[in-house]
Write a protein that binds this ligand. Structure first.
Ligand SMILES: NC(=O)c1ccc[n+]([C@@H]2O[C@H](COP(=O)([O-])OP(=O)(O)OC[C@H]3O[C@@H](n4cnc5c(N)ncnc54)[C@H](OP(=O)(O)O)[C@@H]3O)[C@@H](O)[C@H]2O)c1
Length: 279
């Protein structure tokens, strides 16, 4: 049975809508959230910002299935209102970079052997990174030097630019073995992402609740937003690359920098190697 891992499948999320759509197509779907099980799915906790959690999740996936056709990676955007003046750090890394890029790249590298084995056995396997049009805010300089002065949208965009590079690298480096890399902008979607950062602001939280009906009408539903990921996960012979709002698109010019892409791949390989638990 075709098998997919979808991370970040909490209530109302793009991940959950993607998981439901793929399950409806008859796929076996493995999911994650950080703490709460997802009813109706094989689930294991995953915190992308923790190397130990990523390793435990990858172990669970490989113990659960010897076939992995597709990995759909989610992520976070924590400062939608752009109010942060300093970078919150996790393990010494800016939180979007640590979670969206390093965590996702770590998980993808750990699951690469399963993906490549599946590709060799069944002709192909795919990685779908859920990115954002805001990858356009990211810069190649910031991939290696961070964002100075700190602006959370640039940091978020840089984490997504890195994933656009990663999707291309996966195809370049493993396409011969049948692996295809996709980077997906889902559109503007009504999920919990816009609630992030409101926990500490009762006034803004109340305003958002009041504006919710209008917002809901203006944005895509999670099911509509998930369509691009589902297309990239399932459509036969779909060319790998960047897809926005359902169709193939051009990413930002920065994503075309092959030297940055190679350096990012090499530095990430070193970083992932350093995450191995010592005996
Ligand atoms: N919504 C949009 O309009 C939009 C537009 C462009 C791009 N995107 C991108 O689409 C992706 C999914 O966003 P969404 O809108 O579905 O957001 P969401 O509703 O906030 O969902 C994010 C999911 O990730 C999980 N998660 C949060 N922190 C995590 C961590 N450290 N490690 C692992 N999982 C974690 C959350 O579950 P728990 O909190 O339970 O762990 C939740 O299930 C994100 O990468 C976002 O940047 C969204």
């Amino acid at each position: 049975m075709r098998t997919v891992v979808v991370t970040g499948a909490g209530p109302d999320s793009l991940g959950l809508a993607t998981a439901v759509a793929l399950r409806d197509l008859g796929w076996r779907v493995l999911v994650s959230t950080r703490t709460e099980p997802v009813e109706g799915f094989a689930w294991h906790p995953l915190d992308l910002a923790s190397a130990a959690s990523v390793a435990a999740y990858a172990d669970w996936v490989t113990a659960t299935t010897d076939r992995l056709d597709v990995l759909v990676n989610a992520g976070i955007h924590l400062d939608l209102r752009s109010t942060w003046t300093e970078a919150p750090l996790v393990d010494g890394h800016e939180i979007h970079w640590r979670t969206n890029y390093l965590g996702t790249a770590h998980l993808t590298r750990l699951l690469l052997p399963s993906l490549v084995t599946t590709a060799q056995r069944y002709d192909e396997a795919r990685v779908v990174h859920v990115v954002s049009k805001l990858h356009e805010r990211g810069t190649n300089e910031a991939l290696f030097a961070g964002v100075h002065p700190y602006r959370s949208w640039v940091a978020y965009g840089t984490s997504k630019l890195a994933l656009v590079h990663d999707a291309v690298s996966l195809t370049e480096r493993h396409g011969g073995e049948g692996l295809r890399g996709y980077a997906v902008h889902p559109g503007a979607v009504f999920t919990k992402v816009a609630d992030r950062g409101l926990e500490t602001s009762p006034v803004l939280g109340r305003l958002r609740r009041l504006g919710r009906p209008l917002e809901r009408r203006m944005l895509l539903t999670p099911e509509q937003g998930a369509r691009t990921s589902v297309r990239c996960a399932t459509e036969p012979a779909l060319a790998p690359g960047y897809y926005s709002d359902g169709t193939a698109a051009s990413p930002s010019p920065a994503a075309g920098d092959a030297a940055a892409r190679t350096r990012l791949w090499d530095e990430t390989t070193d970083w992932v190697a350093g995450q191995r638990p010592t005996a």
